[in-house]
Ligand binder design. Structure first.
Ligand SMILES: CC(C)(COP(=O)(O)OP(=O)(O)OC[C@H]1O[C@@H](n2cnc3c(N)ncnc32)[C@H](O)[C@@H]1OP(=O)(O)O)[C@@H](O)C(=O)NCCC(=O)NCCS
Length: 183
């Protein structure tokens, strides 16, 4: 069974092991790996995620498959005034290519529009991150532009594509309510 929830402090060793095992691959696209190099860092991040959840500033949630942590999904930069947020995600190597992140993102998009009543979701993907871009494409996000040198990744700048989905587009999509693979 798949679960999406805050990681607990007692899960820090498994969380850290997952980051360690995937560090080199994740570093290609995610900026935070050098800020997460020890078990203490993991504990600090878990506490921080819990605080952000309480204040509703951001939801950084673990993805668990059969009780094993396999990645994370985040609703971050939540702007309650303008009812928008951005979606981030990563998975451990052994869970790639199964449609797991597509399923997780479908659930979170539903939650963001239905429960949180957000109006706009953004996904920022480096222009070269083709695998990540398939997620916004799958859910009908619109490519709104390319932001040049929008992110510093360790030793170089990357251009980012801004993909966005409005609540009304999601509610009016063909086959609303079904997370099919035909879209
Ligand atoms: C981005 C990332 C999470 C995507 O992982 P993924 O395994 O490709 O994504 P999914 O779990 O949704 O799998 C999709 C693939 O699984 C396969 N699949 C198998 N069964 C499936 C199903 N029932 N439903 C959906 N996809 C299925 C498909 O081939 C699909 O590939 P396609 O989109 O080319 O058709 C992963 O590449 C990652 O962790 N990257 C590093 C971190 C990163 O770049 N994060 C994003 C920063 S913007």
């Amino acid at each position: 069974m798949m679960e999406i929830r805050l990681p607990r402090t007692d899960e820090a060793p498994a969380f850290f092991a997952l980051v360690e095992a995937n560090r080199a691959r994740l570093k290609q696209w995610l900026h935070w790996l050098d800020d997460h190099v020890s078990l203490d860092d993991t504990r600090r991040h878990i506490d921080h995620f819990a605080r952000l959840y309480e204040t509703r500033e951001a939801f950084h949630l673990g993805v668990f498959d059969a009780a094993q942590m396999c990645g994370m999904v985040s609703l971050q930069n939540i702007d309650w005034l303008n009812r928008k947020a951005s979606l981030g995600y990563w998975l451990g190597e052994q869970w790639l290519g199964r449609g797991l992140m597509t399923q997780v993102c479908g659930t979170l998009i539903d939650y963001a529009f239905d429960e949180l009543e957000l109006n706009r979701l953004e996904i920022l993907c480096a222009t070269g991150n083709h695998r990540s871009k398939r997620i916004p494409q799958h859910f009908g996000f619109r490519l709104e532009g390319v932001m040049r040198e929008a992110e510093w990744l360790y030793d170089h700048w990357v251009d980012q594509e801004l993909h966005a989905l409005l609540r009304r587009d999601w509610l009016n999509r063909p086959m609303a309510g079904l997370h099919d693979r035909t879209g």
